[in-house]
Ligand binder design. Sequence first.
Ligand SMILES: NC(=O)c1ccc[n+]([C@@H]2O[C@H](COP(=O)([O-])OP(=O)(O)OC[C@H]3O[C@@H](n4cnc5c(N)ncnc54)[C@H](OP(=O)(O)O)[C@@H]3O)[C@@H](O)[C@H]2O)c1
Length: 339
Amino acid sequence: MGEKNRYWVLARRPVGNDYSSALELVEEELPELRDGDVLIRNAYFSLDAGTRMWMSAREDSYSPPTPLGTPVIGMVLGEVVASRHPDFRTGDLARAYGQWSDYSVSRPEETYVERVSWQLDDLRQHLAVFGPNGWTAYLGVLEYGNTKPGETFVVSAAAGVTGALAGQVAKQLGCRVIGITGSTAKGDWITKELGFDAAINYKDDKVAERLRELCPDGIDVYFDNVGGPILDASLENMALFGRIAVCGLLLNYDQEGPIPGPYKFDQVLMKRLSITGFFSPDFYHRGPDVNRHMRPWYEAGKLKMNFAVTQGVENTLDAYRRLFTGDKVGKSLVQVAEL
Ligand SMILES: NC(=O)c1ccc[n+]([C@@H]2O[C@H](COP(=O)([O-])OP(=O)(O)OC[C@H]3O[C@@H](n4cnc5c(N)ncnc54)[C@H](OP(=O)(O)O)[C@@H]3O)[C@@H](O)[C@H]2O)c1
């Protein structure tokens, strides 16, 4: 096709948060499309913490490890610029599992590719409120967490995209919502901008103590994004018959060996807790329905999401590192073209 494409390849397994020693940027001509292929010019691709787990060699995660020497996969949003699939046409706007790249070649028969509407005030929300993070937040709160109006709801990584959306969904149910974040500025964002009732800074505060003060009757639902000590602090503050919706275990994604804890696991019995894990590809097919429920909240300004946008495929790795250092607010995207 003559057009050049740059894409990130996993050359080695990363150690900790060092991605520049592990990933390589490759440039080559776009391949000829095969029957069933769709070529998307990526406008944005999404940076997701879970990708870190697939970069490792761990075999027991919810997705197999990314094979060495292959492109790094991510959710993309862009325009279809060529199609050899009967359901996709040039000019369609598509969200798909593509690559961390300028262009993605995706095969709808083998992977997730969906046509989405150009009619949205901020098209980037197809990768946030109205994409997998939004669906995870909505179903994590309502179905997996079984959250009821008026309950006390706590969420970690609360200024990340999923946590911030989960807290806002719980607010729409009339819950009292407490978010755990890593800075005062993030705490201010979730309370002043997003309407959370309180914030805890896990770097400065004693989380278990603050939870005890803020939730004197216990936590009804803990939406966990991180695991580790914050999960333990929540376990010891759960209400009787509380629920823990395990969305993510961020703390463990770069670990190869067995993961310790949680140390307060006995509270599951003592408080008769339910713990449910969930994984968004299991419910991608429900996305349109979930979006119909969330749209009125979004239009009323009750479901908001900011973006931390990095320009250029070549700057991906530093942006990815910031997911784990916490040096960003809202949904992390790399922009590689205009929409
Ligand atoms: N189950 C699913 O299908 C599904 C779908 C989407 C996402 N997830 C999970 O949801 C979680 C959040 O992902 P996301 O994409 O919403 O997040 P994100 O926007 O990438 O934000 C991540 C935030 O987590 C915080 N963080 C990082 N390391 C931490 C640590 N060690 N302890 C506490 N907080 C830490 C950082 O903020 P601070 O400054 O506050 O530390 C960081 O900004 C991840 O575990 C991800 O795997 C699961």
